[in-house]
Design a protein around this ligand. Structure first.
Ligand SMILES: [Ca+2]
Length: 402
């Protein structure tokens, strides 16, 4: 493996990794001449071309950001774990946007995703995926949309409530992707159901609930008539794929017509999957991970009728946030997948030839914090939503250059 070094610098006079002084200032005031190394920015390259970039602060004053979406005016919507949605404009963070549905925030539950309708410019519609409290202490994953007017969300409609009813606080999934052909995909986690006993009867292998699935809906929340299980007895007709654990990365690559997904494995076994209609991704019957205690879940790594991941991570990097890069700022990275890591505090760049992984390098290892979301800005820069274990959150972006 080749080992190269990418110098990651930020032109900023603030001290400390959090860069709090610069983050609240405008970018222009952060471009002093006393450049310093933000962090080590070491890139471990494997069959890839190293690219020089710097990390530039965009905003702080955010608490536990989970998801970021760009508005046409280049301002940002930021979804925070504890159920608030804010707008960031010119580095200034707004008060909470009014009208967001009530969010269940216990355990890992929160406001997991904000995404704009493909025709947002004409209809102003914004989708939210979130954990929703039900009766009797139960919670599940839900999808709603509303029309953004200024800093208010109006006419909010609940479009889908997953059948995952559980008192567990884990594994809500909660990512949204659009295929550009009138459908949206929503990821739903397995709600932490124990991978023990008869693994083939685990809820993620059971089509009568939504645990551990990607669902496919029309943009209005209806079931598309060509979904794979609409005629299967006892199956939920919204299901597009199943056998997932906790999918917290989901992106549709329009160029190749591919839906990409990342999911958290248990101890080891985080996965990047190419999601196909009706396919079974195997959890927990097959996995490259083990129980957190170190004990074995299964010795099976593959089985006929179950999909293999395109790649997997052992040890886990805790995959969260997924981007297919198509911008002009980093031509060498065009077509690459960028995978955010929580526990791993790193950004994985995975190159693919459409189906297979052709290379991987690790960026920003241990240097910026937990990466919750990865997005491409209208400027072609790569934006990261960061948190430090639920503490102060920041938005930064990668720009080309030394
Ligand atoms: Ca799998």
């Amino acid at each position: 493996m080749m080992r190269r070094r990418t110098t990651t610098r930020v032109s900023c006079t603030a001290t400390g990794l959090v860069m709090s002084l610069c983050l609240v200032a405008t970018l222009s005031s952060c471009t002093g001449s006393s450049s310093r190394s933000l962090e080590r920015g070491e890139a471990l390259s494997s069959n890839t071309t190293s690219v020089s970039f710097r990390v530039v602060p965009v905003a702080d004053g955010i608490r536990y950001p989970l998801s970021v979406a760009f508005l046409p005016d280049s301002s940002l919507l930021v979804a925070e774990k504890f159920g608030t949605l804010r707008r960031v404009r010119g580095g200034v963070v707004s008060a909470p946007i009014v009208g967001v549905p009530s969010v269940y925030t216990g355990g890992q539950g929160g406001l997991h995703e904000v995404a704009l309708h493909p025709d947002f410019v004409s209809n102003g519609l914004v989708y939210l995926a979130y954990a929703k409290a039900l009766n009797d202490g139960l919670a599940t994953t839900a999808l709603a949309r509303g029309r953004l007017e200024g800093d208010t969300l109006r006419d909010v409609q609940e479009l889908f409530v997953a059948r995952t009813d559980s008192r567990a606080g884990q594994h809500f999934g909660g990512r949204i992707a659009f295929d550009g052909a009138g459908h949206l995909f929503l990821s739903v986690g397995d709600r932490g159901a124990s991978p023990s006993g008869d693994l083939e009867r685990h809820p993620a292998q059971d089509l009568s609930n939504h645990q551990g699935t990607i669902v496919r809906l029309t943009l209005d929340g209806a079931v598309p008539p060509d979904n794979p299980f609409v005629t299967t007895p006892n199956a939920r007709p919204e299901i597009w794929s199943y056998g997932h654990r906790n999918p917290q990365g989901l992106v549709y690559d329009a160029a190749s017509g591919t839906l990409w997904e990342t999911e958290h494995g248990p101890r080891g076994g985080d996965e990047l999957n190419r999601v196909r209609a009706g396919a079974n991704y195997g959890w927990p019957v097959i996995t490259y991970g083990r129980n957190y205690s170190g004990t074995s879940i299964t010795s099976e790594r593959e089985r006929a009728g179950m999909e293999q991941p395109v790649t997997y991570w052992v040890p886990s990097i805790a995959t969260s946030g997924l981007l297919v890069y198509t911008g002009g700022a980093f031509p060498a990275w065009r077509g690459s997948l960028f995978v955010g890591g929580l526990a791993g505090e790193q950004l994985a760049r995975v190159s693919v030839d459409g189906v297979r992984k052709t290379g991987e390098e690790t960026l920003l290892r241990g240097s910026v914090g937990r990466i919750r979301d990865v997005r491409q800005g209208p400027d072609g820069f790569i934006y990261l939503a960061l948190d430090r274990d639920g503490g102060p959150g920041t938005i930064v972006r990668l720009e080309p250059g030394p």
